[in-house]
Ligand binder design. Structure first.
Ligand code: CMC
Length: 427
């Protein structure tokens, strides 16, 4: 027997089916609510609303669990590669060796950008934020790749998906090169996805760039940790943009715009800036007090999460990776000590315990990226690069969903009721 949920409204009592997923909370199917009662539900920030059905990613925020297609993020981060995780997210299963080789080959054949795009970059100011460039260039891809914008054609969707994943490292690296005034570096297909990105970012034409395997592995792991995170703000933005039938390049550009905000992807940049501002462990209590003060807008960046009310499993892997990178590169940055002590102090503070605020993925990622040599402005661009895999997989899932409709939320209107226009000379 199917479970139902009963709702008493002022005009009538109604009953709705309760749907169950494979794991996680059940959902009440209220699709007929408006037709039957003339009422909407009210849920700003979608804290209790499931916007779609999905088979990609599962999060149990209370237990600190994150699964991609059923596989725990810790196992993927330790044992998989970003390309393998990308294949998994896109196709539902881990690839065998032949499937992986073919996928890697395909992606590596789409890494170059249309040469005319180099001119497009030159239209930006040198000090433009890389995320501003990413939004513009990714949106512009739809003007360059007309042969993959028909979303009703599965072949177009596949090529667009491969192009987006393959070109994102080139686009991000070029944004960096432009800001430092160095020549753009072309991709090298013999390198790994991540090694190639490092080469395009830190290499120069004057000499051969040698990829450091520890850095390559650490960055690949960071990409895995950011690959997807179910219906977060930017992913929901991609889905909403895509629900109107917009082409995938435009949809991913919309996702990049949403990710930029400091409450979302921009938090990694903000977290490192905050740690640097704190500077010394003895200044931590002052910042903890500010975070707790209701009259001060300051928040501990890299702390707290809408879904995780436990340690973010991605932060655990990040913390371990900091040590590996510091050792390999012989880095001694006081910011790591500040981060460790800040974490410890916050986790023992009643305010953070009561509100269940734990370090999230962004708390340590900036420390690693900075040690590798990325400027803070590139951090969110790297997040966008990795999250493109999730956005693309979610977008494909949505387009293939027979229940898919244009996204169109309703509202609780509290503005003026109808009134007559008053001519300017009578106001
Ligand atoms: N420092 C101090 N207080 C906090 C923090 C924080 N980082 N985060 C939440 N709180 C407090 C908040 O003031 C509120 O208190 P009260 O109930 O007394 O009003 C309570 O905790 C609940 O916070 P909320 O803002 O209602 O929770 P939310 O689910 O809407 O926000 C969040 C989640 C991630 C936006 C928020 O925790 C935050 O702003 N964190 C800092 C930014 C950050 O690190 N973002 C990265 C998120 S992970 C990467 C990603 O997915 O993009």
């Amino acid at each position: 027997m199917t479970d139902t949920a009963k709702l008493q409204t002022p005009t009538k009592d109604v009953e709705y089916p309760v749907m169950s997923g494979t794991v996680g909370p059940q959902v009440v199917d209220i699709r007929k609510l408006y037709a039957q009662t003339g009422m909407f539900t009210y849920d700003p920030g979608f804290t209790s609303t499931a916007s779609c059905e999905s088979t990609l990613t599962y999060i149990d925020g209370d237990e600190g669990v994150l699964l991609h297609r059923g596989y725990p993020i810790g196992q993927l981060a330790e044992q998989s590669s970003f390309m393998e995780t990308a294949y998994l997210l896109l196709n539902g299963e881990l690839p065998d060796q032949g499937e992986l080789d073919k996928f890697v080959y395909t992606i590596s054949r789409h890494t170059m950008l249309h040469e005319q795009l180099a001119t497009f970059y030159r239209g930006f100011r040198r000090d433009a934020h890389p995320m501003a460039i990413m939004c513009g260039v990714v949106g512009a891809l739809s003007a360059f790749y007309h042969d993959s914008t028909d979303i009703t054609d599965p072949k177009h969707r596949l090529i667009a998906s491969h192009r987006l994943i393959a070109k994102m490292p080139t686009i991000a690296a070029m944004a960096y090169k432009y800001s430092v005034g160095q020549p753009f570096m072309y991709p090298k297909n013999e390198l790994s996805y991540t090694g190639n990105f490092l080469q395009m970012t830190f290499g120069v034409p004057a000499e051969e760039y040698v990829v450091n395997p520890v850095v390559e592995k650490a960055l690949d792991r960071i990409f895995i940790l950011h690959a997807d995170h179910e219906q977060n703000a930017s992913t929901s933005t991609v889905r909403l943009a895509g629900s109107s039938g917009a082409n995938p390049f435009a949809c991913i550009a919309a996702g990049i715009a949403c990710l930029w905000g400091p409450a979302h992807g921009g938090a990694n940049e903000a977290a490192l800036n905050m740690l640097r501002e704190i500077g010394r462990p003895d200044r931590i209590p002052e910042y903890i007090a500010r975070a707790k003060n209701k009259d001060d807008p300051f928040r501990l960046m890299g702390f707290g999460h809408r879904v995780y009310k436990n340690y973010d499993p991605r932060a655990t892997v990040m913390q371990k990776t900091v040590r590996e990178v510091f050792e390999a590169l012989n880095v001694d940055d006081p910011v790591f000590e500040v981060a460790l002590q800040l974490e410890e102090m916050a986790l023992n503070d009643d305010y953070f315990i009561e509100k269940k605020l734990f370090p999230n993925v962004d708390f340590y990622s900036g420390v690693i990226l900075s040690a590798i040599g990325f400027p803070t402005t590139m951090f969110t661009a790297l997040f966008a690069l990795a999250r493109t895999v999730g956005w693309v997989a979610q977008w494909n899932e949505m387009i293939a969903d027979p229940d898919q409709k244009i996204g169109r939320p309703r509202q609780l209107y509290t503005g003026p009721t109808q009134r007559d226009y008053v001519p300017l000379n009578q106001r």
